[in-house]
Design a protein around this ligand. Structure first.
Ligand SMILES: Nc1ncnc2c1ncn2[C@@H]1O[C@H](COP(=O)(O)OP(=O)(O)OP(=O)(O)O)[C@@H](O)[C@H]1O
Ligand SMILES: [Mg+2]
Length: 790
């Protein structure tokens, strides 16, 4: 991660532009024209038929324009996304806005984009035109420096959209076909074919160059058609390919030389030809692979697609040969390697599968495979396979989403959807990857859809949803959900639902009521889970019991419990589990034991979380390290860490005020720090912390390393305004004008709750306690930057 990016930009590798895997050819004129459009417009849509090169052109355009966008360039590929309601979350995910709060993802997105000069590339929007149109319209209005490049086979119909129709690559006309090498290789289509011919080991000479040129012309310069034909140069000469393809085109035109096939027909004929050259087993596999959404690995392909023509052992060879024929692409940098069907060819595969009448059976196999995968993970994650499983589920999320979505639209299949949504929660997938809001959405959708008679499943889903809401600090939502599961009455005696309900009740008792009997409730839940053989769930109950004991009980309860938990976690071998056990042990030491030791333990937790790329735990480790620093009298360091932790938490969206036990701990530590520092010292240190990148914040918390000497010296308060977002600046000014929160809400047309959040952010950011101080601060010359106050 670049050291220049702030914590708010901490989106690991999500949304980055991919490196070219094959040579990019030509498009000089198109790039110049598209750049011109982009410099004048805020939305440029590259349209054109499938395979013409929209995606490649968009990526190149973004790459070459990136200097104009200091806020970064982000790619969101929508090809595998079926549900319009997930478009906003997909964009948020690619931008690293992992908002865990229940507020709409759009609000978090707007806040993130509002002040940034960022370029967003939305690839393959055609199947989601309406949802994407609404999203882009809203974002462009809210974020004045945002620009968007979209690729879509159809226009998006958004106000201000500039459409650029991507033409095929240039080809010579009939008269130019016989020209010399220098002339011919000026044509982009020929350059592409020559490049791919060389890759196929086909010697290009002055003699066969004319055949290649003719072939390009025959293929109308369509890049995908050229890629597919080039593959055949391994076994056929250009002339032979030309002859075979010509036969196919004659079929298209009914033998009438005056009829010119459309680009679509040309591509279709080339794809038909590629298909015809595949073996029977390759046909079957190509068709069957079209059930995958996004990428898949060999295990999934074997399990879902084998049978009726080839066995699982043949799948690997067949995948290799489809890859060689440019029908599949493979990403070997991942382990296991992941394969993807080229978009247009996936649609072709779907048609073939429909013709074979095999679609329903394949969806069924796809469902069974992924349902088993997720359910198995939910019962086996508590082991050394924990991170491997979480990573695999992440890679398969498009497949898993497709499964849930399909099941929710297919009468009788809702049980699978709810089972998968529950299993993903049990595996703590939403926490690890920072998408709790999505988890709640699937639980809610599947609960609402399932027939009322499935009482046990409904209880489990509701209790899981309450768990997620509580961890977001959204206890009002959690109470509504709680009301719903209570209405269902008691669960089956000693059943799983009863255990999860007890677990959810325990979390509420801890985080909302701050009552020590939370510990007993969690221990009860743990024992119930253990009796059912649910070891991972039992560990979670144990972890929450231990954390609650640290916050709410005494030394004699908290310290031994944390030692015990640590032993259990270490025996399991799961790093995520161990990291939280260190956290719980560190926190118990902080309250009741040696603070130096507590700090070491919390740092152990943090370094493990860092190693596994956890998106949730580090927020709480940096926070607890700030409490430890405050307790040890390292006030300025603590204020830096507060700044860093708040910024990190903002990225995840958790609401501190809804997490009572944590909020109280924070308030106490903050009181200590504020009483030892002047308001200026506090706000300067806090601000420095909030400016750190994610990695810098971790380094500061782990090694007390202050990153950049330019930032190390606390700045004067006069630049404090720079840390307020545009919206916060606007609200600070309205506070200074004496407006109340409801007045501000109606003036800015936002909810009162949103205003409250902004006000609380303003107070923490500038290190003040009340609105009068904000008014005084706004009035102090130099505190506001000249710009950004609109
Ligand atoms: N300028 C280019 N240089 C090299 N290869 C290209 C170029 N343009 C397209 N290709 C290749 O042609 C194929 C199709 O291109 P691309 O995926 O960009 O098409 P598309 O218009 O986005 O199709 P779809 O509508 O199916 O998404 C890809 O294999 C791509 O790598
Ligand atoms: Mg595309």
């Amino acid at each position: 991660m670049s050291a220049q990016r702030s914590i708010r930009d901490a989106a690991a590798s999500a949304g980055k532009l991919p490196a070219d895997v094959t040579t990019f050819v030509g498009r000089k004129n198109e790039l110049a024209e598209a750049k011109r459009l982009l410099s004048n417009a805020r939305l440029v849509t590259l349209t054109g038929f499938g395979g013409v090169g929209k995606t490649r052109l968009a990526l190149r355009l973004a790459q070459e324009s990136r200097r104009a966008f200091p806020g970064g360039v982000r790619l969101v590929s929508l090809a595998a996304l079926a549900e319009p309601e997930l478009v906003t979350s997909a964009v948020a995910e690619a931008l690293g806005v992992r908002d865990q709060s229940a507020r709409p993802p759009m609000e978090a997105l707007i806040e993130h984009l509002q002040d940034r000069r960022l370029l967003l590339v939305l690839d393959n929007c055609e199947h989601l035109v309406d949802a994407v149109g609404v999203l882009i319209g809203t974002l462009l209005r809210a974020a004045p420096n945002l620009k968007v490049i979209a690729t879509s086979r159809a226009h998006l119909n958004v106000h201000g959209e500039h459409v650029f129709v991507v033409p095929p690559l240039s080809v010579p006309d009939e008269d130019t076909l016989e020209s010399g090498r220098a002339v011919l290789t000026e044509f982009e289509a020929i350059r592409l074919l020559v490049d791919r011919a060389a890759a196929a080991g086909y010697p290009v000479s002055d003699d066969n160059l004319h055949d290649l040129a003719r072939l390009c012309r025959r293929l109308d310069g369509i890049p995908l058609a050229i890629e597919l034909a080039a593959v055949r140069l391994k076994t056929l000469s250009a002339q032979e390919i030309l002859r075979r393809l010509s036969d196919r085109f004659r079929l298209l035109t009914g033998g009438d030389p005056r009829v010119v096939p459309s680009y679509h027909q040309t591509l279709r004929a080339t794809v038909d030809w590629s298909y015809a050259l595949c073996s029977h087993a390759e046909h079957t596999l190509w068709a069957r692979l079209s059930v995958f959404a996004g990428s898949f690995d060999v295990d999934a392909a074997e399990a879902v697609c084998a049978g009726g023509g080839f066995v699982a052992d043949d799948v690997l060879d067949l995948l290799a040969s489809l890859t060689e024929q440019s029908i599949l692409t493979v990403d070997r940098s991942r382990s296991p390697a992941r394969y993807t069907l080229v978009d247009t060819l996936r649609e072709y595969g779907q048609e073939r599968l429909d013709e074979l009448g095999d679609t329903t059976r394949m969806w069924q196999r796809h469902r069974v495979y992924y349902e088993n995968l997720v359910v198995d993970a939910s019962t086996t994650w508590y082991s050394s396979k924990e991170i491997e499983l979480l990573t695999l589920l992440k890679a398969d999320l498009p497949n898993i989403r497709a499964l849930m979505d399909r099941c929710l639209n297919e009468p009788g299949a809702e049980v699978s959807a709810i089972t998968v949504a529950i299993a993903l929660t049990r595996v703590r997938f939403w926490f690890f990857h920072g998408t709790i809001g999505e988890g709640r959405m699937w639980l809610r959708r599947s609960h609402d859809q399932i027939s009322a008679g499935h009482l046990e499943l409904r209880r489990v889903a509701l209790a899981c949803a309450a768990w997620l809401a509580l961890c977001q600090g959204e206890h009002r939502d959690a109470d509504t959900i709680r009301g719903a599961y209570r209405e269902l009455g008691p669960g089956v005696e000693n059943g799983f639902a009863e255990a999860v309900v007890c677990f959810a009740e325990g979390i509420r008792r801890w985080l909302v009521d701050a009552h020590p009997d939370a510990v007993a409730l969690q221990l009860q839940a743990r024992d119930r889970f253990l009796r059912l053989g649910a070891h991972g769930d039992a560990y979670m109950a144990d972890l929450f019991a231990t954390m609650a004991a640290g916050f709410l009980t005494d030394r004699d309860t908290a310290l031994p419990a944390s030692e015990d938990l640590l032993k259990k976690a270490e025996a399991s071998g799961g790093i995520w589990s161990i990291s939280w056990a260190w956290w719980a042990a560190g926190f118990a030491r902080l309250r009741f034991g040696n603070r130096q030791r507590a700090t070491r333990m919390l740092r152990d937790a943090l370094s493990q979380q860092q190693a596994i790329g956890d998106q949730w735990g580090p927020v709480w480790s940096v926070e607890a390290l700030a409490w430890a620093a405050a307790a040890m009298g390292e006030f300025e360091y603590a204020a830096w860490l507060f700044g860093a932790a708040d910024q990190m938490r903002k990225l995840t969206g958790a609401v501190m005020s809804g997490l009572r036990t944590f909020a109280e701990q924070r308030a106490e530590a903050e009181r200590l720090v504020r009483s030892a520092l002047t308001p200026q010292q506090y706000s300067a240190a806090y601000r420095q912390g909030s400016l750190l990148t994610w990695d810098e914040a971790l380094n500061l918390a782990l090694h007390r390393q202050v990153p950049d000497p330019r930032r190390a010296a606390p700045r004067s308060t006069s630049s404090a305004g720079a840390t307020l977002s545009r919206r916060e600046t606007e609200i600070a000014k309205l506070i200074a004008e004496g407006l109340s929160n409801p007045d501000i809400a109606s003036k800015l047309v936002i909810s009162a709750r949103t205003v409250e959040k902004h006000v609380s952010n303003i107070l923490t950011k500038i290190g003040l306690n009340n609105r009068q101080q904000v008014a005084a601060w706004v009035a102090t010359p130099g505190n506001f930057p000249a710009t950004g106050t609109t």
